[in-house]
Design a protein around this ligand. Sequence first.
Ligand code: KIV
Length: 276
Amino acid sequence: MYTQLEQREMDSPPVNVTALRRMKNEREPIACLTAYDASFAMLVDASGTDVILVGDSLGMVIQGHDTTVPVTVDDVIYHSRHVARRLRRAFLMADMPFMSYTAPDQALQNAVRLMQEGGAMMVKLEGGAGQVEIVRHLARHDIPVCAHLGLKPQSVHKIGGFRVQGREQTVAQRMLDDARSLQEAGADIVLLECVPNEVGARITAELEVPVIGIGAGPEVDGQILVLYDILEITQGRKPRFVRDFMTGAGSPRAAIEAYVHAVKQREYPAPEHCFS
Ligand code: KIV
């Protein structure tokens, strides 16, 4: 009856929030990637990735938009459902799209949809102090939450472009204060995008929950990248933190395995992928 009890005895039991906390405490880097469909989900899962995110980056890499703003809850559910079907071990996180969490009850309704219809095990939302009450409301209903800080792509039109956040002391301090408040409100993971190494290291050291970085330096507890970026499918100018794992790998599966290996061995990110 309790499948989870049986799974605990497996060689590679499914990843859950407890396992992610343990990895932080034991300093085992957490390898995360995005995926948007069943075929890639199977490869990413089989390659030992710990967390798979159905990101609203799907607006750009799947739908061809310039930003994540047009993505809807139905879009994320559509992709998450297909990813969920092929997972054996990885923990599945799904993004709450732009304007899908403006009030506690709306956020709860949409988070429930992502979990029940999309198969997500955790929801991710972009936010700072303004989202503390939303996170508290979700956590009170036992919804696992990842809080995304630093560069928040859903705010691109407000902040005027995709750029590094937290270079100024006051902004870095606010980010740390927000991270603490979100953790206190019940966030299970904090994700930091595009911040200087020093900010990534400081927030990671101060928090009890795992901190996953994308362009947040080598000191965070785990790394995440957009799958299509590491497979060289994304064309044009790429962010500094992106590393091509496809060239020379021979197959997408080998490239994904190389990414997971590089994260686990702390070979990625190298200084050229980081911000100061
Ligand atoms: O949507 C996404 O893929 C993300 C990652 C870039 C972290 O939020």
